[in-house]
Design a protein around this ligand. Structure first.
Ligand SMILES: [Zn+2]
Length: 252
């Protein structure tokens, strides 16, 4: 990590604390975003607990019960959900953000489309989780997750367990569509942590539920667009394809 991001990193914990002490600001207020990601700092390790059903996954202690309830409910519906990422420290996030990049700073803006810079990741709060469908062809953290049974189950049911989609397609925050990435907002402390994001860039998962399911229950599909990009579409009542995500939101 070179100087510019490091300098912002040093400010991140202070910004996160200020965020919790002040009410949400209007969208026009100066929100210290970095490549559209908000500063979250890092929760203290003592606040984390392992999620028993997900080896290697730790989350904020108050979120663990709801994660287990969600996984059990999915299992009861015949859906095997797993997770590829839960709490990530700032140090871990730095490795993720710069993975495979020869010059991390040079490609930072591009990478930030789908990976938050260190200090700006919801994963460092202990409230965010990247779900994955254990079976099927869709690889982890790919947008095809939205078309899997697990992805669609989450769109229908995750809110019952205190989860909301952080970055729906076309989100106002300007982060790429991440149908796998959910944050837990089931308690005031968690909601406070995301207050700015909720106030200024609300997630609108209902938009996706409507289009992903399709009024006639026809499953959506991934189709190749004339320009070569892949589009996720679903058939509408009138037979027209509804765009779920454009090629512009694909992982670079
Ligand atoms: Zn994530």
């Amino acid at each position: 990590m070179r100087v510019p991001i490091l300098a912002l990193l040093l400010l991140a914990p202070l910004a996160a604390r200020a965020e919790e002490d002040t009410p949400p600001q209007p969208a026009t207020a100066s929100v210290a975003r970095l490549f559209n990601h908000l500063p979250y700092g890092e929760t203290v390790t003592a606040e984390l607990l392992p999620v028993p059903s997900l080896p290697g996954c730790s989350m904020a202690r108050e979120a663990v019960f709801d994660v287990e309830r969600l996984l059990a409910a999915a299992r009861a519906d015949g859906i095997a959900l797993g997770a590829v990422s839960c709490f990530r420290s700032i140090q871990h996030q730095r490795r993720v953000f710069c993975a495979g990049a020869g010059n991390c700073d040079a490609v930072a803006a591009l990478r930030a489309r789908f990976v938050a810079p260190p200090g700006y990741s919801e994963h460092a709060t202990g409230y965010a989780i990247d779900f994955v469908q254990r079976s099927g062809d869709c690889r982890a953290v790919e947008q095809c997750f939205a078309l899997t049974q697990g992805g669609q189950w989450l769109m229908r049911r995750a809110a019952e367990f205190g989860f909301e989609l952080s970055f729906p397609a076309g989100n106002k925050q300007g982060v790429g569509w991440e149908p796998w990435h959910w944050r837990w907002v089931g308690a005031p402390t968690a909601r406070a942590r995301f207050a700015l994001a909720q106030a200024n860039f609300p997630a609108v998962p209902a938009v996706q539920i409507k289009t992903a399911a399709g009024p006639e229950g026809r499953p959506p599909s991934l189709e190749t667009a004339p320009g070569g990009g892949i589009y996720a579409v679903s058939a509408s009542r009138w037979g027209a394809a509804i765009l779920l995500a454009s090629s512009a939101t694909l992982r670079p």
